[in-house]
Design a protein around this ligand. Sequence first.
Ligand code: ZN
Length: 329
Amino acid sequence: MKEENIRPAKLMERVDVLQVEDRKKLLKKKKGFIKIACPACQSKKHKTLFKKDGFIFVSCESCETVFVNPRPSFFMLAEYYEKAKSWKYWNDKIFPASENSRRNQIFAPRAKKVSALCDAYKAKKEILVDVGAGFGTFCEEIKNLGVFKEVIAVEPSRSLAETCCEKGIKVIVKPIEKANIKKASVITNFELIEHLFWPKDFLLGCARNLSRGGLIIITTPNIKGFDLLTLGKFSENISAPNHLNYFNIDSLGYLLKQCGFKIIESLTPGKLDSELVRKKIINGSFNVSINSFLKYILIDTWDKNGDSFQKFLENNNLSSHMWIVAKKL
Ligand SMILES: [Zn+2]
């Protein structure tokens, strides 16, 4: 997988400019931001890690989840996603321009992986619900595999829901917390939970809409993965207000248990960690001069060791991109 194909640099430059404007607008309402307890374990003890772009990132002293605190309220975020120019640009330009690459490199393999997980854990194959379906590409791919009798997209954004509709996908235009499906066999959500004001309500909403024994499959950044731990605030992924919650495998597992799930598999099949850190070293935005080992692997011997180093991260749950599979009890 190459980053350029899924996030073309030229388009990303424009989105960065729009993002700065959107952020400025939101930060004008900073007085209305809300202080929260840890979104994973609800502990109120946390320490400030760093500030970035006007937002404060803290780390829970109990479970080491990293989260933005204080944060825009639920309603501020809903308005932000509806009106932000940067999101409109993603939806109008970046997603369409990169859809083929995303389909081949991300969504088709993702659909196969979901299908394999459902086989491995003997999930029923009546209804799959993809929450935060976005452009609908995953729903198309999983539909094409013919594994499930019905595929439903849950997408609260009206314009994205329309795109799903045009692709012939059944869509519920509201958040899962307000949906009334109740008997889903499998619920998937990809790169979504990190955006939410209060993930616990979201997971309770998922639990309510799943059949007993149904599976939830989640992907999200792993804050204890290689590129996030190495780059910290210098990672592009550390980006508020889009991303507010950075779980680790244990902390997300803990939250899922609280919401009535049993964890059955946790893995980090990320492909981009080493490439992301390497790029930062090459463009001079991350100083590696005091870390000879990283320089040796990611620069000096990249052609020989790059792939196997990434494979090592993947195989040892050390990548910053994680999957968690859990069963509703
Ligand atoms: Zn915590």
